[in-house]
Ligand binder design. Structure first.
Ligand SMILES: [Ca+2]
Length: 185
């Protein structure tokens, strides 16, 4: 009787162990596969607003020698472009290719009203109104404006600062998460 129970016990734990092991093994590749997929997805998306990606600022209404417009797309969070004391002020970013933007992040200081226009032309013309934002100023902090983009197809972006919280405004960086769609040719 005792032996019979003991055998039962051994038998049940014998089957339970391989079952657990089996579950563990079959879950493992699932996790690895999904992690790999996420990694590939991230690699496909890039920051399209980087000079290292071939992007350029082709026009800016102010250019201080120490704080030139290139500082907006240099990938360095400490460098910035600064305006003179008149508004509106603007700058145009050229991607040199067709892109689809999904998310924009603008880091700035003292910007009150920001308009963003975009063009899908080969030349910097035919801009259409795209996004308009009223920004908030918090003393001692950079403005970090995050915009989820609808219909983000563009070849050029035009940023117009129509008003500011001070005599000067500055833009530290513009980053555009998205994908390069095709060349301009
Ligand atoms: Ca910068």
């Amino acid at each position: 009787m005792y032996r019979n129970q003991w055998e039962k016990h051994i038998h049940s734990s014998d089957t339970a162990f391989p079952a657990t092991l089996h579950l563990y093994i079959s879950f493992c590749p699932l996790i690895t596969r999904s992690r790999r997929r996420v990694k590939q997805f991230k690699m496909r998306k890039v920051d399209l607003c980087l000079s290292s990606e071939g992007t350029e600022v082709i026009l800016a209404t102010s250019s201080d020698e120490k704080h030139p417009p290139e500082n907006i797309i240099d990938g360095n969070p400490e460098t910035f472009w600064t305006t003179t004391g008149m508004f509106p002020q603007e700058f145009i970013i050229c991607f040199h290719k067709r892109v689809r933007i999904e998310r924009l992040v603008i880091q700035s200081c003292f910007v009150r009203t920001l308009q963003i226009e975009k063009s899908t032309s080969k030349e910097p013309d035919s801009f259409e109104q795209w996004i308009e934002r009223d920004l908030v100023h918090t003393e001692g902090q950079l403005q970090n404006e995050e915009i989820m983009a609808n219909d983000g197809h563009a070849t050029y972006l035009r940023f117009i600062i129509t008003s500011a919280f001070d005599h000067f405004a500055s833009v530290y960086s513009v980053s555009a998460e998205g994908i390069a769609v095709s060349n301009l040719s």
